[in-house]
Design a protein around this ligand. Structure first.
Ligand code: ADP
Ligand code: MG
Length: 701
């Protein structure tokens, strides 16, 4: 017999085919299990009564206690309505309206009986009223055991039309809970974990998450379910990591002569301790015989590029090709230029493959790549297209990369018979909790030290009223030989007006900083890439003093002589973007400045963002504030990663549970990687039978 939880939802008592279809369409609820896993989004305290005089416009459910002092049927254009006047103990009165089930209500309501009404009040003609509240006598309320917390469910308009409002859903869930027995709900967490983390059993939690007898019960049921959700995910991620340490990878027996020559004679500076440590971690991976999958986090300017190059040299010295992928053409070009000049003394063939390289030239590069004549290929995402074939790629570096999920990384594996080593570098520090989820299958290195001689960037907030003094400051810095960025926001919805304000800003800067004394470059997304390039090169080679730009310069661009970053409409940027932009300066030995220009009035959230930027240069601190402000769904680096969906957990709030779940998963897999122990039978069953039904990654076990 199939498990009862797989029963199609239409078999549930009280559910019509119509309702079943709506549940399927609107909420993807097909089976009993789906319904049980349709978790409440909130709870109301049903032990409390609100006074009518204290109703507010808060759009939440409330509970009233009192009696009906009048009940009257009123004819209307179509049909009729029933209007009752309901009075609470303080004597305040509220109107209660029914449009259907009028006869039933009339029979049900008795004068002088005390009732409990439960509903969301609506404001109508300046007064609150209730329509079709849940109604019962006070004595039945007292006997119902309902005085605790009641679950509220998200529903859609279509569901509500068919009686599937929050209460309607709750009724179905209650119906279902009555026929579910303890043995129907398989406990997937081993007993020792329940004990260690003091989690209630799944069966109890399932009941309590929908029908909590008390607040503590509700909280522990929710914690248990979140733990399970995160634990199952972590098991899969940690498992992927473990599998890799068993899988074949390219063995680089030595760092190689090339690496050594470069390291000894051509390094332009000595490495920081953090850079050396990371290189050792990478070296350990490349001589393990297993594939490297490493995330390298390092704040902007911490010197990831040289680490990438040295890693690639390890591959090349052992006879393999290397590739470096950048998120934009400008960055690919910049990497190409700097790497080409760095390796010039050791005579390597470096090529750039970008979207603008077409025709014969492209064919020639592809051919040379396949023949193994190219040592380092640099480009954008286009490098992972199937038409790009390497002879034998050993190292792939992905720079400044947040848009690369587990799936895309898997794609890279197919570029060679033996999967190449992968180094993912990101300058957007990700809060630890997000990293554990979105990069949980990767090993992890951090460059937590800036190259010596850097002065921390000074960040200053100025309003438009102080614009002139900002211009004055810019001209002072320019006269000292520095260069200045002026960045404007550009977001798609307001593209036209943003572009207009960028051009306006450019025009007024041109008046204040006139030619020929000053040169101003401009770069924005609507320009043809060859013009963009020309402007960019002008600034890079110090032929211009000011670069006016949109966020196209956000990532990676490295111009050490630029020491002032002015960000216009700074309130419109997110924290991580502000941090990225600020990271464009402070790359040389000079004191650098970031000036955040805003209007006079700021929202509270903008104030926090601006203040945070002025207070700290620490990208990890900033990322935590960002996570708290915006929630996990909007954090850069994760929103495009459609791989992982959490039903219950919130990575901004549930950091502690996540940490526990990850530790538990690591311990468990170290002891029992194939889940063969009896105490892991529930988990094994889950992965073999259910995970795939739910479209989770599954099948890794
Ligand atoms: P990011 O980590 O943001 O990619 P880069 O690799 O572009 O940083 O390095 C930023 C700047 O610091 C570059 O000009 C680079 O040459 C320089 N740099 C990197 N490492 C060191 C070091 N150990 N000592 C001095 N300068 C360094
Ligand atoms: Mg970089």
């Amino acid at each position: 017999m199939p498990p009862i939880l797989d029963t199609p939802i239409e078999y549930l008592k009280g559910i019509s085919t119509e309702k079943a279809n709506i549940l399927k369409r609107e909420k993807n609820i097909h089976t009993y299990r789906d319904l049980l896993e349709y978790y409440p989004y909130r709870y109301v305290d049903r032990s409390k009564f609100t006074l009518i005089a204290e109703l507010t416009d808060s759009n939440t459910f409330i509970q009233l206690k009192g009696r009906f002092i009048k009940l009257e049927e009123i004819k209307q254009v179509r049909g009729k309505r029933l209007v009752g006047l309901f009075q609470d103990e303080r004597g305040s009165i509220i109107e209660v309206v029914w449009f259907n089930a009028i006869k039933w209500v009339k029979d049900f309501i008795k004068p002088n009986e005390i009732y409990v009404l439960f509903d969301k009040p609506h404001l109508f003609n300046g007064k609150y009223n209730l329509t079709h509240p849940e109604i019962e006598t006070f004595s039945s309320y007292q006997n119902s055991g309902k005085q605790g917390y009641q679950a509220l469910y998200n529903t859609s308009e279509k569901m509500k039309l068919k009686g599937l409002d929050s209460r309607g859903v709750l009724r179905l869930v209650q119906q279902l809970l009555q026929i579910i027995k303890k043995e129907d709900i398989i406990e997937i967490l081993p007993r020792y974990l329940l004990e260690k983390y003091r989690l209630p059993e799944k069966y109890i939690s399932t009941i309590h998450i929908h029908q909590p007898p008390s607040l503590p019960d509700q909280l522990s049921a929710l914690r248990r379910m979140k733990f399970e959700e995160l634990f199952v995910l972590q098991l899969q991620l940690v498992r992927l990591r473990l599998l890799r340490t068993k899988e074949n990878g390219i063995l680089l027996p030595e760092v190689g002569e090339l690496f050594n020559i470069f390291y000894r004679h051509h390094l332009p500076f000595s490495l920081t301790n953090a850079q050396k440590r990371v290189l050792k971690e990478i070296r350990k991976d490349t001589m393990s015989g297993h594939q490297m999958n490493r995330l390298l986090q390092g704040d902007v300017g911490s010197g990831k590029t040289i680490v990438a190059l040295l890693t690639m040299l390890m591959g090349i010295g052992n006879g393999y090709q290397s590739a470096l992928m950048a998120p934009t053409e400008i960055l690919a070009q910049q990497h190409f230029d700097s790497i080409k000049s760095l390796v010039q003394p050791i005579n390597l063939r470096v090529e750039l493959l970008s979207g603008t390289i077409k025709g014969k030239k492209r064919t020639a590069i592809l051919q040379a790549l396949e023949n193994g004549e190219i040592d380092i290929l640099i480009g954008t995402h286009a490098l992972i297209e199937p038409s790009v074939k390497f002879k034998n790629v050993g190292i792939i570096v992905i720079d400044e990369q947040h848009r690369f999920g587990v799936q895309q990384r898997a794609q890279l594996k197919n570029k060679a018979m033996i999967p190449p080593h992968i180094l993912v570098m990101t300058a957007t520090p990700i809060p630890r909790s997000l990293a554990m989820v979105f990069y949980g299958d990767l090993d992890y290195s951090v460059i937590n030290e800036l190259p010596p001689g850097r002065k921390p960037i000074k960040t200053i907030h100025k309003t438009d009223a102080h614009r002139l003094s900002v211009y004055g400051f810019m001209s002072e810095e320019i006269s000292k030989g520095r260069q200045v960025y002026v960045v404007y926001p550009l977001i798609e919805e307001s593209e036209k007006s943003d572009l207009a304000s960028l051009m306006e800003g450019y025009d007024s800067l041109c008046k204040i900083f006139p030619r020929p004394q000053y040169q101003i470059s401009i770069v924005h997304g609507k320009m043809k890439s060859e013009f963009k390039d020309i402007e960019m090169q002008q600034f890079i080679h110090h032929k211009s003093h000011i670069m006016v730009a949109t966020t196209v310069i956000e990532v990676g661009v490295n111009i050490p002589n630029a020491s002032v970053m002015v960000i216009e409409n700074a309130e419109r940027f997110g924290l991580s973007q502000l941090h990225q932009l600020r990271g464009r300066v402070g790359r040389g030995a000079e004191q650098s400045f970031c000036i955040l220009m805003t209007g006079q009035k700021l929202s509270n959230e903008s104030k926090v963002r601006i203040q945070t930027m002025c207070d700290t240069n620490d990208g990890f601190k900033i990322s935590e504030v960002d996570l708290d402000l915006r929630g996990p769904g909007n954090i850069e680096g994760t929103q495009q990663s459609g791989d992982i969906q959490l039903k219950l957990s919130n990575l901004a709030i549930d950091k502690a549970i996540l940490e526990e779940a990850r530790n538990a998963a690591i311990l468990l897999l170290e002891n029992d990687p194939s889940l063969n122990l009896a105490q892991h039978a529930g988990l094994k069953y889950y992965f073999n039978h259910q995970a795939h039904l739910k479209g989770e990654w599954s099948q890794v076990l």
